[in-house]
Design a binder for this molecule. Structure first.
Ligand SMILES: O=C[C@H](O)COP(=O)(O)O
Length: 260
């Protein structure tokens, strides 16, 4: 599979923003702004707070929208006494396509380590959910020039024990932590360096064909104004968009990166 045959995935990670009423209005605006040509060229997804999922599902189903949706986290467990957690079966029942796992904010504020990220990736696969596995280095690691080994170690940990068949559908999001929500976007070359290394490691872990089929996103201060240059890199197959995804008009422009 070549770069051209990987369908780009533009995913909006709303983080802890937009209640279920705002979510409906937002998805309606996206649906109004995008057309079949956009959806034929780019897969579009929104990763919404748990409390928005049922409303988004009802809207997407009812209006037969081509927007995909998913959650920002899931429990490593399938059921039981885990107060506050939301399980894979619950997300599957809501017909989620995607679930973000190991976002740097989960790692930083909720102490998620490689073991828990790996357990969550396996939980997603047990229930037919596609994980968007987030990896990336902090500023100290970048300053030390260790972004590639650091990120590849996170990748190894997240994918431990997965078969090539499972890995074939995974999405990897490379998000340098220093570029998240800071306006400090990595240069296209910075993004390509690590995304290329990620694909190389996927080929070592599985095989070249599997690696060539896996989509690798870049995330970190992506906007309409910088998305085209990032998407022009051979190993970048989409973006995980935070702040800019909260503005439907901006997100539509990001989906239309080829026009920017
Ligand atoms: O998941 C998205 C990333 O954390 C990027 O967030 P940002 O676009 O606000 O920098």
């Amino acid at each position: 599979m070549t770069e051209q045959s990987r369908t780009p995935l533009m995913a909006g990670n709303w983080k802890m923003n937009l209640n279920h009423l705002e979510a409906i209005a937002h998805v309606q605006k996206l649906a109004f702004g995008l057309n079949d040509k956009d959806f034929d060229a780019v897969e579009v997804a929104v990763l919404v707070p748990f409390t928005d999922l049922r409303s988004v599902q009802t809207l997407v189903d009812g209006d037969r929208l081509r927007i995909k949706y998913g959650a920002q986290d899931l429990s490593a467990h399938d059921s039981g006494a885990y107060t506050g957690e939301v399980s894979g079966p619950m997300l599957a029942k809501l017909k989620c396509t995607y679930v973000a796992i190991g976002h740097s904010e989960r790692r930083q504020y909720h102490g998620e380590d490689e073991e828990i990220v790996n357990a969550k990736v396996k939980a997603a696969y047990r229930h037919g959910l596609t994980p968007i596995v987030c990896v990336g280095e902090g500023l100290d690691v970048r300053k030390a020039g260790r972004q590639v080994p650091h990120t590849l170690a996170q990748l190894d940990g997240a994918l431990k024990g997965l078969s090539a068949e499972q890995a074939a559908s995974v999405v990897i999001a490379y998000e340098p932590v220093w570029a998240i929500g800071t306006g400090e976007v990595a240069t296209p070359e910075d993004a390509q360096e690590v995304c290329g290394a990620i694909r190389g490691r996927l080929a070592e872990l599985y095989d070249q064909q599997t690696a060539d089929g896996i989509r690798i996103q870049y995330g970190g201060s992506v906007k309409a104004g910088n998305v085209a240059a990032i998407m022009a890199q051979p190993d970048v197959d989409g973006a995980l968009v935070g702040g800019a995804a909260l503005d439907p008009d901006e997100f539509v422009k990001i989906v239309r990166f080829r026009d920017q």
